[in-house]
Design a protein around this ligand. Structure first.
Ligand SMILES: [Zn+2]
Length: 363
């Protein structure tokens, strides 16, 4: 399962609290962000959160994690998934089927797992359309589409829809959109309300060192950063300890402050790019998200194209909502800087947008 220190770190905070065990999910293809996926097991009600990517290697590592947690496959009653991305949800249909357990996702993300075959095709088309709309050249769009191959996931799987306020055992649903449209976190609460539990399973809403992509990971969202700000507000101020979808537990509040600072800084850089590129004759008709992404990140290939252009799109949409950019064309999207006065005014607007509701105004 995990080494002694992180087991101690991540498991029960006291005898009173639910036992929560981390399972380091192995894969055949090496590890992704922050050392691969973490599945979380609540042995008592028999819950697994975010079992991980599909494949036999992952399945075997989760099964031995369940045995170490003392429940085995047959002790699993519910499989919960924070969002539809394949590294979190991919193993969920197989685990639910083999354990005869129920499977749960937020209602906005559920179809992408429940009707995997048809929704995947729609998603690939939607992503290609979004990339074109962001101004990404056709050859990049085509190569991203070619690389987007189906995962070994059943065409259809029964999934229970979740919404805000729902609970499965001791886990309460907190809607945390932005990384995907239907991303959720699960907070632990005492069933009888007699004690507090400060732990929350956050999926990819916040990670210890990696900044979760907002904009490229789910092309159904028109204003992903506005959604993500709601998420940061929702997760702040509770003194929560995060049990993430990758890596080990961490204190949420200081990390949320870093994520706000990161996006506030990126917003200013995107505003700079927009102003600088508009001065160029090629972009006199307005600047595409792709042009801004190229200006910021240089040459990109593969999924970096999607994440880079998606992030630029998200920030341009956000600057437009704040009144510092104007959308002048729709396909491809083009934006122009709006001179709302001084750079200082933009600074104040960005400080305002990215200040947490828990952070006092200091002037
Ligand atoms: Zn994800």
């Amino acid at each position: 399962m995990v080494d002694e220190s992180s087991t101690t770190d991540d498991a029960s905070e006291s005898d009173d609290c639910e036992r929560v065990e981390r399972v380091q999910v192995s894969t055949a293809y090496g590890s992704g962000p922050e050392g691969g996926n973490s599945a979380w097991v609540l042995p008592d009600p028999g819950i697994v959160v975010d079992p991980g990517p599909p494949g036999d290697v992952a399945f075997d590592s989760v099964r031995s994690g369940l045995e170490e947690a003392g429940i085995g496959l047959e002790g699993v009653r519910h499989v919960l998934v924070t969002h539809w991305h394949v590294d979190h949800a991919g193993l969920a249909p197989r685990l639910a089927t083999e354990a005869d357990a129920s499977l749960h996702l937020h209602e906005r993300d559920a179809p992408l797992v429940a009707a995997y075959a048809t929704e995947r095709e729609r998603r690939v088309d939607r992503d290609a359309a979004a990339l074109s709309r962001w101004g990404v050249p056709d050859e990049h769009v085509a190569s991203i589409r070619d690389a987007d191959s189906p995962s070994p996931i059943p065409d259809e799987t029964p999934v229970n829809d979740l919404a805000a306020g729902d609970a499965v055992g001791p886990l309460a649903v907190v809607e945390t959109p932005g990384h995907t449209a239907g991303h959720v976190a699960f907070s632990l609460h005492a069933g009888d309300g007699s004690r507090a539990d400060s732990r929350v399973l956050v999926g990819d809403a916040a990670l210890r060192t990696v900044t979760p992509n907002v904009g490229g990971g789910d092309t159904r969202q028109e204003t992903p950063l506005a959604a993500y700000r709601t998420t940061l507000d929702r997760l702040a101020g509770e003194g929560w300890r995060a049990l993430p979808g990758h890596g080990t537990a961490f204190d949420l509040a200081p990390r949320l402050a870093e994520l706000r600072a990161h996006h506030r800084e990126r917003a200013a850089l995107v505003a700079d790019s927009l102003a600088a590129l508009a001065a160029d004759e090629n972009d006199a008709d307005g600047v595409t998200p792709w042009a801004v992404a190229r200006d910021r990140f240089g040459d990109m290939t593969g999924y970096h194209v999607k994440f880079g252009a998606g992030e630029a799109f998200a920030h341009l949409q956000d600057l437009a909502a704040l009144g510092y950019a104007e959308r002048v064309a729709d396909d491809p999207l083009r934006y122009r800087a709006v001179d709302e006065g001084t750079e200082l005014a933009l600074d104040v607007a960005l400080d305002d947008a990215w200040r947490g509701t828990d952070q006092a105004v200091d002037d």
